[in-house]
Design a protein around this ligand. Structure first.
Ligand SMILES: [Zn+2]
Length: 167
């Protein structure tokens, strides 16, 4: 996925924010961390381009392994027990990263069982049509409509006032 990660992080963290309101973290910080976590795995594109020189799919890096984000969520839950206000922000960030794994399973592929297995799970694998003018074909692909739907849903959520959004 390309454009839906941050909107998906917004939807998820906004829906979950009331459940963590008693931790002392602000609503805005919780949602911001969720959105940052939702795009964080793709920071590996810098490594992919500038260090790895496109030798391996960036989905093969640890930043695109679900186990990374599950571990981060577990650690943030432990952190939350000692320091609730900051631990919950780490949890929101980690959950955003895990949501990124789900969305990247639609197109691109994720190694859900790594490090136990190198099997990649994906709903749709781009064909040779996607080479070269890939962005053009992508605009008319069903997965882009899904991305637009997620983005539109996030926009509708954003337009609707949230009872804890003033904190
Ligand atoms: Zn990604």
């Amino acid at each position: 996925m390309f454009i839906a990660h941050a909107p998906a992080g917004y939807i998820t963290s906004r829906l979950l924010a009331p459940a963590f309101a008693r931790t002392g973290a602000s609503y805005r910080s919780f949602v911001l961390c969720g959105m940052l976590g939702a795009v964080a795995p793709d920071i590996d594109l810098l490594w992919f381009v500038f260090v790895d020189h496109r030798q391996h799919s960036h989905h093969s890096y640890f930043t695109h392994l679900p186990v990374t984000w599950l571990l981060a969520m577990a650690l943030s839950l432990l952190w939350m027990r000692r320091r609730p206000a900051t631990g919950v922000l780490a949890f929101s960030f980690s959950l955003g990263g895990f949501g990124h794994m789900i969305l990247d399973t639609v197109m691109g592929g994720i190694r859900w069982l790594a490090p136990l297995s190198d099997q990649t799970y994906v709903f749709f694998t781009p064909t040779s049509d996607f080479v070269g003018m890939w962005w053009f074909y992508f605009l008319f692909h069903w997965s882009f409509k899904l991305e637009l739907a997620i983005t539109l849903a996030a926009l509708l959520f954003w337009l609707k006032p949230h009872r804890t959004s003033q904190r």
